[in-house]
Write a protein that binds this ligand. Structure first.
Ligand code: C5P
Length: 275
């Protein structure tokens, strides 16, 4: 039996660095959403553990035992004491090291597959042990994220909106971006319980930024070009970098507006998902 799970991109609508733990991990306040673009992970029980990778960004990954999908499966097996080997197949549609979940989303999808096949919950703490973004990706529903990524609370009520993602074609190292961040920590954002329009949401989000955007632009100035290209599209309400970059997003009043922006941005040569 073959099971498949979608691994949607994770987008940080705002991302504030609120502190730093003694172990070096940073405390965050972020509103995360999961647009309908992502990778696909499928799995069958097999004679031996394996991972095959296809799709537009397959070339940037190797299927070695260190891959987060295989690590997730080993840790799940250890925690649940179930040793069946699995053959995983990953269709990699999103760029790697790009601030939108990537490997974390794939690992989370693998955990959801294993939980389905064994009809059980994912053991506590397993997701966080694989990476700070994995708990949010495991749920894959809009959330207010705190701690280093493990504190998940319901998001404010979100209005309909359109979104484009633009990847400027550079991979950035998350630890390097956190290291390049300087200055005081931010207080957490004050957000209402919900918004009834994309414009109202964008107005509030504009008051809080992504604290990793400036350090990322310092290391990869093309990120600033991507943000400007999005901002220049008609009806753009907000343009911002997600996570530690380099993927940026634009918020638009509707999906139709975002689709039109995606066409314009593609014409300029950017890698875009839109709508
Ligand atoms: O947990 P993950 O492996 O995704 O994190 C990669 C790196 O990003 C960490 O080693 C750390 O340097 C940095 N990071 C951080 N604070 C977070 C998340 C990640 O400092 N909340």
């Amino acid at each position: 039996m073959k099971l498949t799970e979608f691994a949607p991109a994770k987008v940080n609508l705002h991302l504030l660095v609120t502190g730093r733990r003694p172990d070096g991990y940073h405390l965050l306040d972020s509103l995360v959403v999961f647009p309908p673009v992502g990778d696909d992970v499928s799995m069958t029980i097999a004679d031996r553990a394996s991972l095959t990778i296809a799709g537009p960004f397959a070339g940037s990954l190797t299927a070695d035992p260190d891959n987060l999908i295989l690590r997730a499966a080993r840790r799940f097996g250890d925690a649940r004491q179930c040793t069946a080997p699995y053959a995983f197949h990953l269709i990699k549609s999103l760029p790697v090291a790009s601030g939108i979940g990537g490997g974390s989303a794939d690992a989370a999808a693998a955990l959801r597959l294993l939980a389905r096949i064994w009809a059980c919950e994912v053991p506590d703490g397993l997701a966080l042990g694989l990476g700070a973004d994995v708990p949010a990706c495991l749920a894959s529903t809009p959330a207010r994220m705190g701690g280093i990524g493990e504190v998940l609370e319901p998001a404010p009520d979100l209005p309909p909106y359109g979104m484009v993602l633009v990847n400027p074609g550079v991979a950035v190292s998350t630890p390097a971006i956190f290291k390049a961040r300087h200055g005081a920590f931010s207080p957490p954002a004050l957000l209402p319980r919900g918004w009834n329009s994309a414009a109202a949401m964008a107005r509030d989000l504009a008051r809080f930024g992504n604290d990793l955007e400036a350090p990322a632009i310092g290391l990869q100035p093309v990120i600033g070009d991507a943000l400007a290209a999005i901002r220049d599209q008609p009806d753009c309400l907000l343009s911002r970098m997600s996570g530690s970059g380099a993927t940026c997003f634009g918020l638009f009043p509707t999906v139709a507006h975002a689709k039109r922006a995606a066409i314009g941005l593609r014409r300029e040569g950017w890698w875009v998902w839109g709508g």
